[in-house]
Design a protein around this ligand. Structure first.
Ligand code: C2E
Ligand code: CA
Ligand code: CA
Length: 651
C-alpha cells in the first residue's frame, strides 16, 4: 500500500476517534450539568418550602402566645378560637417541616413537643379560668411555669428553624460547589477537545504537505530521465502537445529528432558505463545549445528530441549547433569517443503530437540512411518510403519466423596449374534465398538491403551460420572434404556477439572450425575498423578463416588490407568480368601479388568463361567460383552434383 494511503487512513482513524471523544464528552457534560441543575433546583424548592414553613411556625408561635395572652387579659372567646386554629396550623406546619427536613434535622422539635404539651395544659387552664371569668388567675397562670415552658418551646422552635435554615444553606452551598465543579469539568473537556482538534488539524496539515511533496516527487520522477536529468519521453509528449496547440493558434514551432550515430558501438566497445557517460555529456551539450531557444528531452537510448519555438529556418541553425556539439570528441574515462548525429526536423502543422514526432523520426531515419551526420527536413515522400521499408521489414521478419528462408550452396573449386586438369570442388559459399509462398525463389539482393537496415540481418546471419554448420557436419560425416563460407554482415560483426554465435554453432554441430570461413565486406566496416579488426582477431583465434569479400583496389581498401586480419581475398566479380581488359588484368595480377606477399589466399568469384578461368590460373589464382561451373545449389542438388561430376571431393 502506498504511504500516502496509510497517512490518509491514520487521519481518518483520528477523525473517528475525535468524533467518539466529542460524543462521549458531550454526553458527560450534558449528564453532569443537567443532573447538577436538577439537584440544585430540587434542593431550592425544598429549601424554599422549609423556609416558608419555618416562617409560618415562627408566626403561628407568636399567634399562640399572643392569643392566649390576649384571652387571659380580655377573656374574649374569639382569642380562644384564634388560638385553636393556630394550634392546628402549627401542627401541620411542623409536620411539613419534619417531612421536608428529615428526622435528623428535627431533633429540637422533641423539646418543643414536650413544652407544647405543658403549654397546652396550661393554656387549657387559662382558657378555663378565662371562661369562668377568673381573669386574674388566668393572667397569673401566664406567669411562672407557663413562661418557662413558653421560653423552652420558643427556644426549641427557634433552634429548629435556625437548624433548618442552616441545613438549607449548607445544601445550597454544596449544590453551588457541584455546579462550580461541573463548570470546571466542562471547561476541561472543552480544552481537551480544542487541543485534540488543533493537534489533529496540525497532523492533517502535515500529512497533506507530505502527500503533496510525495506526489510532486512522483510527478518529477515520472517526467525526468533518470540518467541525464532531461525531460523524458512522457514529458516530451506533453511538450509536443502544447507545441501543437500553440501551432494551431498560429505560433510557429519545430521539432528536432536527434539520433546519435555509432552509439551502440560505444557501448559494445567500451562498456555501458562509458556509454552512459557519453549520453550524459551529450545531453549536457544539447541542453546548453538549446537553452533559451527551446526545450530538450531524451526519448530513450541515444535518441533526443528538441522542441523549438520558431520556424524551420531558425530551427536549422539550432540543429547545426546540435550537430557540431555532438561532433566534438567525448573524452570519457580512458577513451576518447567520436560520434555524430542524424537529425530530422519537422514543422508543427495541423498534425497531432504523435504524427509530428513520427515525421521528425522519419526525417532522422532518412538522414541516417543517407550517410548519417546530417540534418534532414521532413517531407511527405519520406514517410511513404520509410513506411514501405517498415512493411518490407515486417514481411521479411514474418518470412524468417515462418521458415521461408533457405540456404543454397555455390561450389568453390580448385583448378590445377594445367587448364586441362579437372577442377575439384573444395568447398561452397552459403547463400540465402527466400522461398516465397507463391513459389518464387527470391534472390538476396531483393531483401538483404532491407535486412541490413535493421537487426534482422543479425538474425539471418545466425540462421545461415546454423544451417551451414549443420550441413557441413552432415557432408563431413558422409566423407566429403569441404570448407564452407558464410557471409557475415558488418552489423553482426561490429554490433553483435559474433564470436559468441560462432562458438555456439561450432559446439552445437561439432564442426571443425578450420572448415569454416566467414566472408566480410570491408566497405561495410568503415568507421568501425578498430572494433572490426578486434573481433576478426578473436574469430581467427577460434580457428575460423576470414575472407575479405568483394575486394577491389580502391585506396581505402588497400590500407584496410594491412589493418584487417584476414586469410582470403575474394576478388570481386567486376574485376573477373573485365579481366580480358588490360587494366583489370593488371589489377587482378596486383591483388594476387599482394595476397602472396601477405601470405593470403585468393578466391575469384563470378567466373563465367573458360577464358576468365585460364587468365586467373595464369595469374596464380587457382580457387574460383562462378556460373562457369555452378550457380548456388539446393543442398540435395549440391550432393548430387558432387557425386555425379565425379569431382575430386572425396578424400
Ligand atoms: P556475394 O557474397 O558476392 O555472393 C556472390 C554472389 O554472386 C551470389 O549472388 C552468387 O549467386 C553470385 N554469382 C556467383 N557466380 C556468379 C557468376 O558467375 N556471375 C554472376 N553474375 N554472379 C555470380 P546471390 O546469391 O544473389 O547473393 C548476392 C549477395 O547477397 C551476396 O553477394 C551477398 O552479399 C549477399 N548475401 C547472400 N547470402 C547472404 C547471407 O547469407 N548473408 C549475408 N549477409 N549476405 C548474403
Ligand atoms: Ca560472399
Ligand atoms: Ca562477393
Amino acid at each position: 500500500m502506498r504511504r500516502g494511503a496509510v497517512v490518509l487512513d491514520r487521519v481518518g482513524a483520528g477523525l473517528l476517534i475525535l468524533a467518539g471523544l466529542v460524543l462521549v464528552a458531550g454526553g458527560m457534560l450534558w449528564w453532569t450539568a443537567s443532573a447538577g441543575i436538577d439537584g440544585v433546583e430540587r434542593t431550592r424548592r425544598v429549601d424554599n418550602r422549609l423556609v416558608e414553613a419555618a416562617d409560618q411556625i415562627r408566626y403561628l408561635d407568636e399567634v399562640l402566645t399572643h392569643s392566649s395572652a390576649r384571652f387571659a387579659l380580655t377573656g374574649d372567646p374569639r382569642w380562644q378560637t384564634r388560638y385553636d386554629r393556630a394550634v392546628t396550623q402549627l401542627d401541620s406546619a411542623i409536620a411539613t417541616s419534619r417531612r421536608l427536613g428529615g428526622h435528623a434535622a428535627t431533633g429540637p422539635l422533641d423539646a418543643v413537643a414536650q413544652a407544647n404539651q405543658r403549654l397546652i395544659v396550661l393554656e387549657a387552664r387559662i382558657f378555663r379560668l378565662g371562661a369562668a371569668g377568673r381573669l386574674a388567675e388566668a393572667q397569673q397562670t401566664m406567669l411562672g411555669e407557663y413562661e418557662v415552658q413558653n421560653q423552652i418551646y420558643h427556644a426549641g422552635l427557634v433552634e429548629f428553624v435556625d437548624g433548618q435554615e442552616r441545613a438549607s444553606a449548607a445544601s445550597m452551598s454544596s449544590q453551588q460547589h457541584t455546579l462550580v465543579i461541573n463548570r470546571w469539568i466542562a471547561v476541561g473537556l472543552v480544552v481537551v477537545l480544542l487541543a485534540a482538534v488543533t493537534s489533529l488539524g496540525r497532523l492533517h496539515r502535515r500529512q497533506a504537505a507530505l502527500l503533496d511533496a510525495q506526489s510532486d516527487q512522483l510527478t518529477d520522477a515520472a517526467m525526468t530521465d533518470a540518467l541525464t536529468g532531461l525531460a523524458n519521453r512522457r514529458a516530451a509528449v506533453a511538450m509536443l502537445d502544447s507545441l501543437v496547440r500553440a501551432a494551431e493558434r498560429g505560433r510557429p514551432g519545430t521539432v528536432m529528432f536527434i539520433d546519435l550515430d555509432g552509439f551502440k558501438a560505444v557501448n559494445d566497445t567500451f562498456g555501458h558505463a562509458t556509454g552512459d557517460d557519453v549520453l550524459i555529456e551529450a545531453a549536457r551539450r544539447l541542453h546548453i545549445v538549446v537553452e533559451g531557444e527551446g526545450e530538450v528531452a531524451r526519448l530513450g537510448g541515444d535518441e533526443f528530441l528538441v522542441l523549438l519555438d520558431g520556424d524551420l529556418e531558425q530551427a536549422s541553425h539550432v540543429a547545426q549547433a546540435c550537430l557540431d556539439a555532438v561532433g566534438n570528441p567525448f573524452p570519457v574515462r580512458a577513451a576518447t569517443v567520436r560520434l555524430s548525429a542524424s537529425i530530422g526536423l519537422a514543422t508543427a502543422g495541423a498534425d497531432s503530437a504523435q504524427s509530428l514526432l513520427q515525421d521528425a523520426d522519419f526525417a532522422a531515419a532518412w538522414a541516417k540512411e543517407h550517410g548519417k551526420s546530417q540534418i534532414q527536413h521532413f517531407d511527405a515522400s519520406m514517410r511513404q518510403l520509410i513506411l514501405d521499408r517498415h512493411h518490407a521489414e515486417n514481411n521479411l521478419r514474418d518470412a524468417l519466423a515462418a521458415g521461408q528462408l533457405e540456404v543454397y550452396y555455390q561450389p568453390i573449386l580448385r583448378i590445377g596449374n594445367d587448364a586441362r586438369q579437372e577442377p575439384r570442388v573444395i568447398g561452397a559459399e552459403a547463400l540465402i534465398r527466400w522461398r516465397h509462398p507463391d513459389g518464387n525463389l527470391i534472390p538476396p539482393d531483393k531483401f538483404i538491403p532491407t535486412a541490413e537496415a535493421s537487426w534482422l540481418i543479425v538474425d539471418i546471419g545466425r540462421l545461415v551460420l546454423d544451417r551451414a554448420c549443420q550441413q557441413l557436419a552432415i557432408w563431413t560425416g558422409a566423407g566429403l572434404d569441404l570448407h564452407l563460407s558464410v557471409n557475415i554482415s558488418g552489423r553482426h560483426l561490429v554490433h553483435a556477439d559474433l564470436v559468441g554465435d560462432l562458438h555456439t554453432v561450432l559446439t552445437t554441430h561439432q564442426v571443425d572450425p578450420t572448415r569454416l570461413t566467414i566472408e566480410v565486406t570491408e566497405t561495410h566496416l568503415l568507421g568501425d575498423l578498430d572494433r572490426a579488426s578486434a573481433v576478426l582477431t578473436q574469430v581467427r583465434a577460434l580457428g575460423i578463416r576470414v575472407a575479405l569479400d568483394d575486394f577491389t583496389t580502391g585506396y581505402s581498401t588497400l590500407t584496410h588490407l594491412t589493418t584487417l586480419p584476414a586469410d582470403i581475398i575474394k576478388i570481386d566479380r567486376s574485376f573477373v568480368a573485365a579481366i580480358t581488359h588490360e587494366r583489370e588484368h593488371l589489377l587482378v595480377e596486383f591483388l594476387q601479388r599482394l595476397a602472396d606477399l601477405s601470405g593470403m589466399q585468393t578466391i575469384a568469384e563470378g567466373v563465367e568463361t573458360a577464358q576468365q578461368l585460364a587468365l586467373l590460373a595464369k595469374l596464380g589464382c587457382h580457387t574460383v567460383q562462378g556460373f562457369l561451373f555452378n550457380p548456388a545449389l539446393h543442398p540435395d542438388q549440391f550432393l548430387d552434383y558432387a557425386n555425379a561430376s565425379q569431382v575430386d571431393v572425396f578424400k
